[in-house]
Design a protein around this ligand. Structure first.
Ligand code: ADP
Ligand code: MG
Length: 412
């Protein structure tokens, strides 16, 4: 059996096509995503996903997270209590094993999971791709194909919306990065025309804004604290509880108008300068939150405009915006970007599972060829003369798209 996998920096997911139906494998407690987090205690007992994440503030030195950023590098993570050292590839293997176990628990007994299509960022180089493949083979898979994440998302979008498009922008706002890609569909063959990535522009920056603009001013007003307490060692614990509290509120605001941010004294376990135990109890409205993140969203729109410009596309050349990544679960974010660019959004795709679903669909049909394949490579080298044509050969409509591009002269 074949599965599609999103091995994400923050969250991962696994899906398959079973009897023609899309199945996203859930955890025992009914969650579709598995946080890409590992906790190891001093006796080498391991927790994964949400359970690992819940150890993050009490035991931050025994946690690995965000390791996808380092895959294919020598970078190693030490789990202090156990003194175990894992590199990013080994951490990825651990997460993949968890995902596979989750899928195995839900398919018929005896069905072996041997094949997988795994999403990788369009920006991954060969080292990163190879490391991802090795991680998957080490997790027990026999046949592993990689698929660029924006292509997976575009496939999911076609599958879920039931319509095909000529050109997409895949807007992937994750935990820490924004990745935008222009995906062109030419006769059913999807290619990433161009992509752009921005670090430090993701969900965590939304959390940071809530902390800096809402929680810190409230704490300074309510308690007797030094103005720079966020920089002081003795307030480390307070600082650590603020981010998850802000994140919970943000996620709640995706579904409701107002959220209470509450951290009891027992969790903060810190006193102010006059020995008053510190707690957090602040209301945040969606309206206020939307105002806070406006400037960040403007930056994401600017990145999309740059992407279009560098590809010599006008917004009207793009049929659809496909949103993936946790923060795009907020309708406000989707509407904001879609309106600013004047490109309609695909609404049918769930931003958290699109990559896994698209990878599973790709694996099941294998009808789509991506640019990294040999065939596409040959097509490209045939265009040595310096011009590249893109033409839609068969069309039912009055107009057809025809694109001609002058390529840079070959450096040799
Ligand atoms: P990555 O691609 O880095 O693995 P994800 O796409 O899983 O990241 O996104 C993680 C981010 O999405 C986190 O910052 C998390 O707080 C945020 N997030 C998850 N669900 C929601 C939601 N419903 N509303 C807003 N943000 C969300
Ligand atoms: Mg992602």
């Amino acid at each position: 059996m074949l599965v599609g996998i999103d091995l994400g920096t923050t969250n991962s997911a696994i899906a398959a096509i079973i009897d023609g139906e899309i199945v996203v494998f859930k955890s025992a407690d009914n969650r579709e995503v598995l946080p890409s987090v590992i906790y190891i205690d001093r006796n080498d007992r391991r927790l994964f996903g949400h359970r690992a994440l819940s150890q993050a503030h009490t035991s931050p030195t025994n946690i690995a997270s965000g390791f996808k950023r380092h895959i294919g590098e020598g970078f190693e993570i030490t789990f202090e209590a156990s003194n175990l050292v894992l590199n990013a590839e080994e951490c990825s293997t651990e997460i993949l094993k968890q995902l596979l176990a989750r899928a195995r628990a839900q398919v018929d007994n005896g069905t072996e999971i041997t094949h997988a299509v795994i999403g990788v960022p369009a920006a991954f180089n060969q080292m990163q791709n190879e490391a991802t493949k090795r991680a998957a083979l080490a997790a027990g898979l026999r046949d592993v194909k990689l698929l660029q994440e924006p292509i997976a998302a575009a496939i999911a979008s076609e599958e879920m919306s039931g319509s095909t498009s000529d050109a997409f922008i895949v807007f992937d706002l994750g935990g820490g990065t924004l990745d935008v890609a222009l995906v062109q569909n030419l006769l059913g063959s999807l290619t990433v025309e161009r992509h752009e990535g921005v670090n430090r522009l993701g969900g965590r920056d939304f959390d940071r804004l809530i902390v800096d603009q809402v929680l810190v001013p409230w704490l300074l007003d309510t308690f007797d604290l030094p103005n720079d307490f966020m920089k002081l060692e003795e307030y480390t614990r307070l600082r650590r509880v603020l981010q998850p509290a802000a994140e919970d509120a943000k996620v709640e605001l995706a579904g409701q108008e107002q959220s209470g941010i509450f951290v009891p004294e027992d969790n903060v376990r810190t006193v102010d300068l006059v020995q008053t135990p510190i707690y957090v109890d602040v209301d945040l409205t969606r309206e206020r939150f939307e105002t806070l993140i406006g400037p960040l969203l403007d930056r994401t729109v600017a990145v999309c405009r740059d992407l279009l410009k560098s590809a010599l596309y006008e917004p009207e050349d793009v049929d659809r915006l496909v949103f993936i990544g946790g923060p795009t679960r907020m309708q406000f974010v989707r509407d904001y970007v879609s309106n600013a660019l004047g490109i309609p959004a695909v609404q049918e795709v769930d931003p958290m599972t699109a990559v896994a679903i698209g990878a599973a669909v790709f694996g099941a049909t294998a009808a789509v060829v991506d640019k990294s394949s040999k065939e596409a490579e040959e097509e490209r080298t045939q265009a040595d003369v310096g011009v590249e044509f893109q033409v839609q050969e068969v069309t039912g409509s009055e107009t057809a798209r025809f694109r001609l591009r002058i390529k840079d002269p070959k450096p040799d």
